[in-house]
Design a protein around this ligand. Sequence first.
Ligand code: AP5
Length: 190
Amino acid sequence: MMNLILFGPPGAGKGTQAARLIDEYKLIHLSTGDLLRAEIKQQTKLGLEAQTFMNKGELVPDSIVIGMIENKLDANPNAIGFIFDGFPRTIPQAKALDSLLERKKSPITRMLALQVEKQELIERLKIRAMESNRPDDQNPEVIENRIKVYEESTAPLIYYYKDQKKFSAIAGMGDVDDIFKRLCMEIEQL
Ligand code: AP5
């Protein structure tokens, strides 16, 4: 199995590149952001609880997202691998993921971390705000907070995976196709 974490700050291109990678490598895409937005759309209890955090650009409690990922892993027993997008985002989430994958005897293969300058992230999210109706893109203060939360709570995961020798930095600026090629080159070496 190949289990990849596509990592990076809000607007780094995780979703964009995950869509291409699942096509190329036939992996299952698990995006906690997408799963949470689906819950909100269906107005479930979980969705309503998550919505208050997401609209402020804060992280949803670990127990909620870990439970969602556990369900999705169990629902895909024959997968040849997973791309985790937007998960894990905290050290407790990373430890929970390790335990869940231990059960499947298939640990994380690699964290691929997209490197994008802060100003470019803000620009990308502002542009998307004009086209989409994601509430957390609409307010510049919420965008700033999402980036701050990433820097404070999520970026430390880089060291968690560096310690395990499972970290790769990928240049995430420029053309989407070029970034995809860089990701593929890294994956081919695994
Ligand atoms: P989530 O849905 O994960 O959003 P995010 O991390 O804020 O990331 P984005 O979706 O904004 O960006 P992306 O990196 O996927 O980039 P994308 O490809 O979309 O999380 C949302 C919220 O849910 C969180 O704030 C939190 O509240 C909650 N949540 C989710 N997971 C959680 C967890 N594990 N724990 C706790 N809470 C959790 O691209 C962005 C834009 O840029 C697009 O318009 C795209 O077209 C464009 N773009 C992409 N690549 C390029 C490029 N190379 N050049 C120019 N434009 C580009």
